[in-house]
Design a protein around this ligand. Structure first.
Ligand SMILES: *[C@@H]1O[C@H](CO)[C@@H](O)[C@H](O)[C@H]1NC(C)=O
Ligand SMILES: *[C@@H]1O[C@H](CO)[C@@H](O)[C@H](O)[C@H]1NC(C)=O
Ligand SMILES: *[C@@H]1O[C@H](CO)[C@@H](O)[C@H](O)[C@H]1NC(C)=O
Ligand SMILES: *[C@@H]1O[C@H](CO)[C@@H](O)[C@H](O)[C@H]1NC(C)=O
Ligand SMILES: *[C@@H]1O[C@H](CO)[C@@H](O)[C@H](O)[C@H]1NC(C)=O
Ligand SMILES: *[C@@H]1O[C@H](CO)[C@@H](O)[C@H](O)[C@H]1NC(C)=O
Ligand SMILES: *[C@@H]1O[C@H](CO)[C@@H](O)[C@H](O)[C@H]1NC(C)=O
Length: 392
């Protein structure tokens, strides 16, 4: 009975819904540089629809961060005051105009990269998953020229970085990369977990490649901070599915929601990959901790967030941990890749694949057919019997 209820609720949630956003958007990616110091720059993704504009502002001033701003006009613009933005009081250095057109805004900040020694941790769900090495603060990274990685054809760009001070040379042959991609219409990438995207979303792929781990069984984690609404933190929801067509053996979709829908969301499958050809053999679990309110001064500060939202903010943070001491891990090929979507409106939902629909139809259909056949048989049988009666 429970499984039937689950199945029905799945069918209901998978039913087509009216997308509150737009089918297609005119998307442009632009690097905005400080003309006094071109090494300071921002990546501005502007997605213009018929009645709305989304602005994603990515930057590596301080720790890597993104602002997400949705407006209800096709004409809103981003305004940057560099002298304010790079000053010690960046408040007001970033604005989206006209201000009244803003329907939703929030931000994510990627603050620290953790490394844990899982050698003696047999419990896969242990938190933390082992002894922590000193974390890498992403505010103290140096990032390659973003302009060189900008690809207008795929609407993507990559922030690739390494620590400014790297005494052990761990990053000598490696890097941490944040690959950002926008979309002008809905679709699905070729690489697992093949998250369904729409024109209202933007994808982030985090890749740790070639970095020397500090232990034989190192697990990595990423600390993510966001803005709370007042003292409350955004909620994290887990959605279950009976379909794993696009992400083999992963039956869960996690999402962080900033408010009641439609608002902003971050969405990911709880899986990361230890090889470039992401597949079942290289799939590692990705565990998310709960979101906790945290004091701004405990986190590396993002001038971008401060410039847009000012200094009076509530922050919440959580950790994502990739892999377990057993199974595939970063140690296999010194490779780790994880992706997520960021967007506004109603998060994309996978429709059930035709294979699963077929199985469901057969599973639900067979008993119904048998009942029907039985009913017809009984009816016919009774009739047969009653027709016999008079002869007797
Ligand atoms: C980044 O690369 C672009 C194009 O390759 C170049 O024009 C620009 O000067 C570079 N910026 C910096 C800070 O080196
Ligand atoms: C947006 O700008 C265009 C051209 O400047 C103008 O024709 C249009 O009315 C504007 N739309 C809104 C909603 O302000
Ligand atoms: C940037 O902000 C500073 C300080 O508020 C102000 O003096 C300056 O005029 C602003 N620049 C622009 C281009 O608006
Ligand atoms: C793991 O446990 C063994 C045996 O208890 C101990 O000798 C070793 O030092 C531990 N290693 C770490 C990294 O804690
Ligand atoms: C980096 O690569 C070079 C050449 O392949 C190699 O000699 C060196 O040991 C590597 N360094 C690290 C820290 O892996
Ligand atoms: C890693 O494994 C090698 C060989 O098994 C061992 O000699 C070495 O001590 C281990 N290193 C650490 C940091 O556990
Ligand atoms: C993330 O994990 C590290 C290491 O265990 C811990 O110090 C930090 O407080 C955690 N952050 C959050 C937001 O839970």
């Amino acid at each position: 009975m429970r499984s039937l209820v689950l199945l029905l609720s799945l069918l209901l949630t998978a039913a087509p819904f009216g997308l509150l956003g737009e089918e297609t958007r005119q998307v442009s990616l632009k690097v905005i540089s400080d003309w006094l110091d071109p090494s300071q720059n921002l990546l501005h993704i502007q997605a213009v629809g018929a009645t709305s504009t989304l602005h994603y502002v990515w930057g590596s001033l301080g720790p890597p961060a993104v602002l997400l701003v949705a407006t209800n006009t096709p004409n809103s613009t981003l305004s940057v005051n560099w002298s304010l933005l790079i000053s010690s009081e960046p408040d007001g250095g970033l604005m989206v105009l006209p201000k009244e057109s803003i329907q939703f805004s929030s931000a994510l900040v990627f603050t620290r990269l953790f490394e844990f020694d899982s050698t003696n941790t047999s419990d896969a769900a242990a938190k933390p998953p082992g002894k922590s090495y000193p974390p890498y603060s992403l505010a103290d990274f140096s990032w390659d020229n973003i302009t060189d990685s900008l690809d207008p054809a795929t609407l993507s760009a990559t922030f690739r970085g390494h620590p400014i001070h790297d005494p052990t040379g761990a990053f000598a042959n490696g890097s941490l990369a944040f690959r950002v991609q926008a979309f002008s219409r809905s679709g699905r990438p070729a690489q697992p977990p093949r998250l369904l995207h729409t024109a209202d979303t933007c994808q982030l792929e985090v890749d740790l490649v070639g970095v020397s781990p500090r232990g034989n069984r190192s697990l990595f984690g990423l600390e993510v901070a966001t803005l709370g609404h007042g003292p409350d933190c955004p909620s994290v929801q887990e959605q279950r599915s009976i379909d794993d067509e696009y992400a083999p053996a992963v039956f869960q979709l996690d999402q962080l929601l900033w408010g009641s829908l439609p608002s902003g969301f971050m969405q990911w499958r709880p899986v990361a990959f230890s090889q470039k050809q992401g597949g079942r053999e290289s799939a590692m679990p990705c565990q998310a901790s709960s979101l906790y309110p945290t004091l701004a001064y405990l986190l590396p500060q993002s001038p971008i967030v401060r410039a847009f939202f000012g200094s009076q903010n509530y922050f919440c943070a959580f950790n994502l941990t990739f892999g377990a001491s057993t199974g595939p891990g970063y140690w296999d090929q010194h490779y780790l890749s994880w992706s997520m979507l960021l967007g506004v409106g109603t998060p994309p939902v996978d429709a059930l694949s035709s294979l699963v629909l077929g199985i469901v139809a057969v599973a639900l259909g067979a008993p119904a057919l048998m009942l029907l056949a039985g009913g017809v048989f009984l009816l016919l049988g009774r009739k047969w019997y009653s027709e016999y009666q008079p002869i007797n």
